[in-house]
Each structure stands twice: as C-alpha cells, then as structure tokens.
Ligand binder design. Structure first.
Ligand code: FE2
Ligand code: FE2
Length: 388
C-alpha cells in the first residue's frame, strides 16, 4: 500500500490512518484499546521539539499581554482558598447528585445490569465520579507538561510570558483534583487508555502550534464544558467551589489558544491546515471514546462490550456527550478549521453529531465572564460555603 492509497481528493488521510479504525463508531475497535501497563509509575514520551529563545522583547501582541496581566491577578491558592474542612459524605453526595449521574437507571432493567439494585448502582455511580475526576486529574497533568513545553517552543515573547502563568495554574489544578480524590473520595482511577493516547500524541508532536491545538483548543475546550456541567449539577459545596476556581483559569487558557492560533492559521496553506484538521478530528474522537469509561465497567464485573451498545442508545447520555463539544466546535470555526479544504472537518463533525454548536459563543473573550467574583452566583456560593 502506498501513502496515496489513503488520501481523499483534498489530500486528507482516511479515518483508519488518523484514528486507527475506518468507522468512527466501531465499538469493537474502541474497546480493543486498553491500558496494559496499569502499574507503571512513570510514562515516558519523546517531546521532539526545539527550545526557542527570542531576543525580541517588544510588545507585539497586546491581547496576549492583557491575558498575562489577568493571569497574574487571577491567581489563587489551592491550599487556603478552598474549604478543605468541608465534610464530604460521598455516598450521600452521589445519591443527591442524581442528575449528575449520567446514566438513566430505568433504561437498564434488562441486559447485563438487570440484577443491579440500589447497592450496585450506588457503588457504580461512586466509581463513575471517581473515574471522571481522575481523568480530569490526569488531563491536568497533561496540561502542565504541555504548557511547560509551550514556554520553550513558542517563538513569541508575549506567549512565553503568558504560558508561564499557565504552568502554575495547571500545577494548582493537579494539586486540587488530587487532594480532593485522595482526601474526600478515597482515591481514583488510572488514566484512561484513549486519553493517554491523545496526551502522548500532543506531547510527541514537534510543531509548536499542535501543542496549542491539542491542549488549549481540544482538551481544555472539552474540560471547560465538562467542568461547567459538574459545577452546575453537583450539590457538594467543596467540589462546586473547586470547579468554579479551576474554570476561571481554564477559560483564560482556551482564550490563549484561540488568540494565538488565529494569527498562525490565517497564514497557513491548505496543506498545513489539512494536518491541523486531521489532528483536531483525532483529538475529538479520542475524547469521545474515553467517555465510555470502560475501566469502571470492568471494575464492576461488566464486560464493556456487553453494556456499551446499550449506553449508546441512552438519549440522555448522548445529549450530554454532544454538549461536551459546545466550546470546541465554535472555537474550531473561529480558527478556520471547519471549512478549509472543502469543509472537511465540518463533515466529520456532522458525522459525530456535534456541528450544531458551531454558532455558540467562541472562547476568545469569554474568560472575562469566568473571572472570580464576577457572577452573582459567586456571591451565593461564598455564602453557602461560609455557612456549610
Ligand atoms: Fe487545568
Ligand atoms: Fe488549563
């Protein structure tokens, strides 16, 4: 087989080349990817990049410098700004957070979960919460490594300054998610295999803008949406505040990606944009694959391939999956990724059922709304936490 066998008319590679399977929804292929080295302590990835000095210290990108100033005043302390003395009765929280448990139990009265009663569902939903927060934690570490890499690889002075603040932000996020899992939920889960594949590919790519695209646009775009849902749905005041604080940082991070890449992508050729479109598709699919949470099913004695066809028919869950793309799709549109090369990425997002978000607000300026102390809700939360 020659390389050209896998190219479509616009020169794009096919699904098999990009994501390792021909059909995006091929369940067998998705579940065939799993972590085999669950006990490893270290995971080594080559980062293949040049470290770039710049001697041009002029203010060339005021929008990035403004973001840098915002980042300096938006810092918070994970140790002292969150109410760690909050009692978290984990069982009770999961029972009360019914709407945050993304499976509708009534739909599973037949099939492999037919025998599950309250006890089994509670245990499952507790692990589902642990798993979700664990993937947030591992994703945050990915962001920590990626941003440290951006400090080295981005050629622009203003961007190096900004990226350095994001390194600190991500360290704080790793710190607070880990502490929450460890102290309040009795530990978490290993990294999901699909998430790890994606993080590996982002770190591995030698082109500096790919780190931004993979992390700031795709992973953090999804994280901002996911944190937002959990923040809205959970009744647990410590987690609610933790997520609120993390989101105030994440919104800046996504803005950093949008502002930086817009400039770069406007200058790119169709051929260069093709690679970026393919990378965006790969990231979107990997993130969707991870939400099958196969590790949780396995821990509860259910073979993922027996249950996944059922959960894919669960409309409530399907809607939740789609909503995770509310930030990613408009940002991709703003960057010109949807429509270049005969609308290639638009067609792929249509296939994934997420194109309807293209005209949602992009995240170039949205960070201002997420600043701490900016919403009436913050005031209520401060009161609620003070009175816990
Ligand atoms: Fe983060
Ligand atoms: Fe981030």
């Amino acid at each position: 087989m020659t390389v050209t066998d896998n190219l479509d008319t616009a020169g794009h590679r096919d699904n098999a080349d990009i994501i390792g399977r021909a059909e995006i929804d091929d369940i067998e292929a998705i579940l065939a990817v799993s972590n085999t080295d669950v006990d490893e302590v270290y995971h080594v990835v080559k980062d293949n990049a040049d470290a770039i000095f710049t001697w041009d210290y002029s203010l060339a990108r005021p929008a990035l410098r403004k973001l840098y100033e915002k980042a300096k005043t938006g810092q918070w302390n994970g140790t002292t700004d969150l109410p760690w003395d909050t009692e978290v009765d984990f069982e009770k929280v999961i029972i009360e957070d019914v709407s945050a448990n993304n499976l509708n139990r009534d739909l599973y009265v037949e099939g492999p979960l037919a025998k599950w009663g309250d006890k089994e569902w509670l245990a499952f939903n507790m692990d589902q919460r642990r798993w979700m927060l664990s993937q947030f934690l591992h994703g945050e570490q990915g962001a920590l490594l990626c941003t440290a890499k951006i400090v080295e690889t981005v050629p622009w002075y203003d961007a190096k300054l900004y990226a350095s603040t994001q390194v600190m932000d991500e360290a704080r996020h790793v710190e607070v998610f880990h502490r929450y899992l460890d102290e309040k939920l009795d530990g978490g889960f290993q990294v999901n295999a699909h998430l790890r594949l994606l993080l590996d590919d982002i770190v591995n790519d030698s082109r500096w803008d790919m780190t931004y695209l993979g992390m700031q646009i795709m992973v953090e775009g999804l994280a901002l949406a996911a944190f937002g849902f959990m923040h809205q749905l959970t009744q647990e005041p410590l987690l609610k505040q933790l997520l609120r604080y993390v989101m105030s940082d994440e919104a800046r991070h996504v803005a950093f990606g949008v502002l930086s890449l817009k400039e770069v992508y406007e200058e790119m050729t169709d051929g260069e944009m093709k690679d970026r479109q393919e990378f965006a598709l790969e990231a979107a699919v990997r993130m969707r694959d991870r939400f099958l949470s196969q590790e949780v099913w396995e821990r509860h004695g259910v073979a993922p391939r027996d249950i996944v066809p059922l959960i894919l028919q669960d409309e409530q869950r399907g809607l939740f999956q789609q909503l995770l793309f509310t930030k990613i799709v408009p940002n991709c549109k703003k960057l010109g990724l949807l429509d270049r090369n005969d609308k290639w990425l638009r067609h792929k997002f249509e296939e994934m059922g997420v194109i309807q978000f293209e005209d949602f607000e992009d995240t170039g300026e949205e960070y201002i709304k997420f600043e701490l102390g900016e919403t009436p809700e913050d005031a209520r939360e401060v009161q609620a936490v003070a009175g816990h």
